[in-house]
Design a protein around this ligand. Structure first.
Ligand code: C2O
Ligand code: CU
Length: 506
C-alpha cells in the first residue's frame, strides 16, 4: 500500500508545501504594495529610542495640541531682505564642449542660479512651475528651515503642478554652503537638472575674495564641474572639460564644492596649499594646510576649501574625469592633471573645540539605524531590497523625538554599497567612526557618507519640530525604499504620498 502510494503521498506533500510557499510569498507580495495615497505617519513603527513613549497625536509642545507641519512656517510678515524667482522648465542646455542636454532647469539653466544671501536675511523664493509635468518643489538641502519650508512633496507641501507657484520664506540663520533641489521624484528631477547652489555669507564678508560655488554633476553620463562664469551674465556653464578663470596672484580664494550627484565624487586641488575650512555648511576649527589631499564628498555633501592664489596656476579636478577648472594668474598657461593624493579624513583634521554636547553627555534617546540588503518585495517588486533595521519600506522605523531632546544615532552600513545618509532640518555632530572618537575639529554634518561596513555615532539636539526625512542621498536608493522619517511627538502632516496623490518625494 505504502509502497504503491508512497510516490503519490510525497508528490501530494510536495505540492502542499509548494502551495503554502506560494501563498506566503503571495501574501508578502500583496502586503508590500503601497496604496494609491497614504500618509507617511501611518506606516512603519514608532521607535522612541528608549525615551518616553508619547502618543503621536498628543503634543509635548506645551499646548497639548496636535500641530500640523503646514503651520510650521517661516516668518510670514515683513519685507524680505533677499527675494528670488525660480521658474522650473524643460530646456536644452549646453555643456562647455557644446554637447546639448535635454535638461530640467531653473530659469533656463542647470545648475540653476547661484543664490547668495547674508546671514540673518529673511529670504523669499517664489517657485513657478512652467512645464515640468510631474510637479516640482524646492528643498533647501542643509538649511535648517522651519518644517513647512522644507520642500518635500507629500510631507511638507503638495508638489507644484505646471502653471502653479509656491512661495518659501525663511530666515537664513546659518552661514555656509548649501544647495537647493526639487524634492518631487527627486531621483529623476535632480539628475536631470533641477538644482543649484545656495550660499549664506557671513555679514560683512571680505569683498576681495574670489568666492565661488562649484557643483559636480553628471549630465547624461557626462561628469561636469559648474560654476559662475566670468562672462558678462555670469552664466553657469557645466564644464565637461578644463574650464578656466583668471585670478590675480595674492587673491584669497574660497571654493564651495558641492556634490549634486547620487554617487561620491573625489576632488583634487593642485598648485597651492589649501585648507578645508567648512563641511556641510559648518566651519571647521583650526584647519591646517594640505598639499595634495583628495577630497571625497558624498552625494549631497559639501566641502569649502580656501587658498591664496600663487604666482603659478592652480587646478581643481574631478578625479577620474576630464572635468576641471584651472585658476591662472592672467595669461599664465593652465596646469595639467595630477594623480590623486592621500584621502582627506575629517575625523582627525583640525583642532578640537568645546561643543554643546558630546560623547559623555546623557542622551534622552538613542536610535539605531542599520542598513542592510535582503530578498523581499518593495511595492510589489521582488528582488534584493534595502532594509532599515531589518524592515523593507514601508516597514521601517519612525524615530520619535520631543523638542529639546538630546539624541544619539548609531548608523551602520551593513551592505557593500556606499550610503550618503541625509537628515533634513538638523545638523549632527560626529562622535565616532567604527569606535574611534572624532579627534579633530568638531565635525557637523547633514549628509554623512557611509562606506561599506562603516558605523558612525552622531548626536544632535532636537530643536526644529516637524516631520523630517532621513534618507540615502543616492537618490536611486531612496526611491528604492532607503528612506524613513524623524517625527516630533505631536506633529503630523496633512499631506499624502503615493501614485494617486501626485506626490512622490523620491
Ligand atoms: Cu537633498 Cu531629502 O534631500
Ligand atoms: Cu544608499
Amino acid at each position: 500500500m505504502l509502497r504503491r502510494h508512497g510516490p503519490k503521498i510525497v508528490a501530494f506533500l510536495g505540492a502542499s508545501v509548494l502551495v503554502v510557499v506560494v501563498a506566503v510569498i503571495g501574501k508578502m507580495w500583496w502586503d508590500s504594495r503601497l496604496p494609491g495615497t497614504y500618509s507617511v505617519m501611518d506606516y512603519g513603527h514608532a521607535d522612541y529610542g528608549g525615551g518616553p513613549v508619547s502618543s503621536p497625536h498628543v503634543a509635548h509642545n506645551g499646548t497639548g495640541h496636535e500641530v500640523s507641519v503646514a503651520d510650521l512656517r517661516g516668518p510670514q510678515a515683513g519685507a524680505p531682505d533677499a527675494r528670488f524667482a525660480l521658474t522650473a522648465r524643460a530646456a536644452t542646455i549646453r555643456l562647455a564642449t557644446g554637447r546639448a542636454i535635454e535638461a530640467l532647469t531653473f530659469n533656463g539653466s542647470s545648475p540653476g542660479p547661484e543664490l547668495r544671501v547674508k546671514q540673518g536675511n529673511l529670504v523669499e523664493v517664489t517657485l513657478r512651475n512652467e512645464n515640468v509635468d510631474q510637479g516640482v518643489t524646492i528643498h533647501w538641502h542643509g538649511v535648517d528651515v522651519p518644517n513647512a519650508e522644507d520642500g518635500v512633496a507629500g510631507i511638507t507641501q503638495n508638489a507644484v503642478a505646471p502653471g502653479q507657484s509656491y512661495t518659501y520664506r525663511f530666515r537664513a540663520a546659518q552661514v555656509g554652503t548649501f544647495w537647493y533641489h526639487s524634492h518631487q521624484v527627486s531621483s529623476s528631477e535632480v539628475r536631470r537638472g533641477l538644482f543649484g547652489a545656495f550660499v549664506i555669507e557671513p555679514r560683512g564678508s571680505a569683498a576681495d575674495t574670489l568666492d565661488l560655488a562649484v557643483i559636480a554633476h553628471t549630465f547624461d553620463g557626462i561628469p561636469t564641474l559648474a560654476s559662475r562664469g566670468e562672462n558678462a551674465f555670469r552664466l553657469i556653464v557645466p564644464n565637461d572639460t578644463a574650464g578656466r578663470q583668471n585670478v590675480r596672484a595674492g587673491t584669497p580664494v574660497r571654493l564651495r564644492l558641492i556634490n549634486s550627484d547620487s554617487a561620491e565624487q573625489r576632488f583634487t586641488l593642485a598648485g597651492a596649499p589649501f585648507r578645508v575650512v567648512a563641511i556641510d555648511g559648518a566651519d571647521l576649527n583650526g584647519p591646517t594646510p594640505l598639499d595634495d589631499a583628495t577630497l571625497a564628498i558624498g552625494a549631497g555633501g559639501r566641502m569649502d576649501v580656501a587658498f591664496t592664489m600663487p604666482a603659478g596656476p592652480v587646478r581643481l579636478s574631478l578625479v577620474g574625469t576630464t572635468a576641471a577648472i584651472g585658476f591662472s594668474p592672467y595669461r599664465a598657461p593652465p596646469r595639467g592633471p595630477e594623480p590623486p593624493g592621500p584621502a582627506f579624513d575629517p575625523l582627525t583634521y583640525g583642532t578640537p573645540a568645546p561643543t554643546r554636547f558630546g560623547e559623555s553627555s546623557s542622551f534622552d534617546r538613542r536610535f539605531e539605524l542599520t542598513i542592510s540588503r535582503k530578498p523581499g518585495f518593495f511595492n510589489g517588486d521582488p528582488g534584493l531590497q534595502w532594509a532599515i533595521n531589518g524592515g523593507i519600506y514601508p516597514e521601517v522605523p519612525m524615530f520619535v523625538v520631543e523638542e529639546g531632546d538630546l539624541v544619539e544615532f548609531t548608523i551602520t552600513n551593513d551592505t557593500k554599497a556606499v550610503h550618503p545618509m541625509h537628515l533634513h532640518g538638523h545638523h549632527a555632530l560626529v562622535l565616532s567612526r567604527d569606535g574611534v572618537p572624532s579627534s579633530g575639529s568638531p565635525w557637523w554634518v547633514d549628509t554623512l557618507d557611509l562606506q561599506p561596513g562603516e558605523r558612525y555615532v552622531v548626536a544632535l539636539r532636537a530643536d526644529n519640530p516637524g516631520v523630517w526625512m532621513d534618507h540615502c542621498h543616492n537618490l536611486r536608493h531612496a526611491a528604492d525604499g532607503l528612506t524613513m522619517h524623524v517625527a516630533y511627538a505631536g506633529v503630523t502632516t496633512p499631506f499624502r504620498v503615493g501614485d494617486a496623490s501626485d506626490n512622490d518625494p523620491e
